[in-house]
Design a protein around this ligand. Sequence first.
Ligand code: FAD
Length: 469
Amino acid sequence: MSGRVCVVGAGPNGLAAAIVLAQAGMKVEVLEAQSRPGGAAHTLELTLPGFRHDFGSAIYPMAAGSPFFSSLPLRDHGLEWIHSPSALAHPLDDGTAVMLDRDLSATATSLGVDGPAWDKLMRPFVDRWAEFAPEILRPVSFIPKHPWLMARFGMVGLRSAQAVARRFRDPRTRALFAGLAAHSFLSLDEPLSAAFAILMAVPAHAVGWPIPRGGAQSISDALVSLLTSLGGTVRTSTPVEHLAALENYQLFLCDLTPQQLIKVGGERLSESYKARLGKFRYGAAAFKVDYALNAPIPWKASECSRAATVHLGGSFEEIAASEKSVRNGQHAERPFVLLAQPSLFDSSRAPAGKHTAWAYCHVPNGSKVNMLEKLENQIERFAPGFRASVLARHVFSPANLESMDANLVGGDIGGGVMDMRQFLFRPTWRHYATSARDIYICSASTPPGGGVHGMCGYHAAKMALSMLG
Ligand SMILES: Cc1cc2nc3c(=O)[nH]c(=O)nc-3n(C[C@H](O)[C@H](O)[C@H](O)COP(=O)(O)OP(=O)(O)OC[C@H]3O[C@@H](n4cnc5c(N)ncnc54)[C@H](O)[C@@H]3O)c2cc1C
């Protein structure tokens, strides 16, 4: 056969798969629908000239902690991580903020009465991050390499955030835990929601929650530059409509979600496999706003200016109510808002003295409701006067997000619901393999799921190579 591989989609997972295959000596071509590579990791002047906004992802614990990305010389290809002094700030109505610091002991001390419980929960995984990360960033294995570590993780992670948060006595710690768990898009009383809180906090202590200098685009540019140095190519503005029309490729790696795979690969896939793919469920969506600001955000709790990420939602109970309503197909009155303020730590993001902010809240999949006022009310609640500093804003509804990246189906930014079923069988029991021997799926709709870590692409490419023998 030709040794030529076609990767459909130049998101982080498509590029990761392409690099693994190019490293193995294959001739790799990546075909990307949009005019630039990167998928949900690229940077654009969305508001005013000189203000550089991350269209999708902005904060990168999983990229910094990814076993595959860490093995690559991405620094030589221009990627530089910036760490804000604290990973995360979680402001409260009393004008103070709970801080998540890189230093686990410092965080535990700041959590006071809950410090020992926080330390006990996180330390086993923080101290053994190098062993833990490869285990969690892959399909679930019933025979893990580190059975005791994974059993310990399973005992807490499989529970709901609500159940695990009971070990904290101070409402401040419970609020911090709720914000971390809300990254799951699950209701906080659902099984597995605790896993997300742990999987967000542990890398904060182990590798930090960095931002790339220059924005998300720097990650994608570094991956493309490395791929090119290995002989691979990326063709942008090249949407793939039918795999069957592409000839002379030995393998297809599809950085697509199930619905798109059915569309482009349908005639090559068996009816029973397509039926299983058709049962894949997409998750809740994001309603996102990018801001050009005249000044830094005027936080009531000044310590919020030490963190690139700020969680806005108040108490555990409020955040739980917000996430439960979205999971039930409703819109929260006081939505939980995830906010990034990269220009405080990276001057390349905005003109001198000016700033950018990135914020989103969760809404039901495909929602058409304008959440702008409710989202900004949450920012104003913890930073009175915020609106007065806004020079320009750019709003992305779920449909706008999907129009920029077809993998964001209905505005779902995680590649599909991550509940127990789709945690185990993602998108089917075959994981990366499909019913066609030469077609693999490698997007965030495969294990380990959403986030910029490239591990879906890495594992899919490794599986494809092992099947080639
Ligand atoms: C608003 C938002 C905020 C996020 N925040 C974070 C964050 O802070 N940290 C984090 O780690 N993750 C975050 N994520 C999630 C993360 O960006 C995604 O999980 C990740 O990008 C998934 O990578 P992927 O390669 O699977 O898919 P994508 O990045 O979606 O890339 C898929 C690519 O395939 C292309 N494509 C689709 N169909 C075709 C076709 N038919 N032909 C050719 N090309 C095609 C698309 O144009 C796209 O370039 C966020 C995502 C969004 C949208």
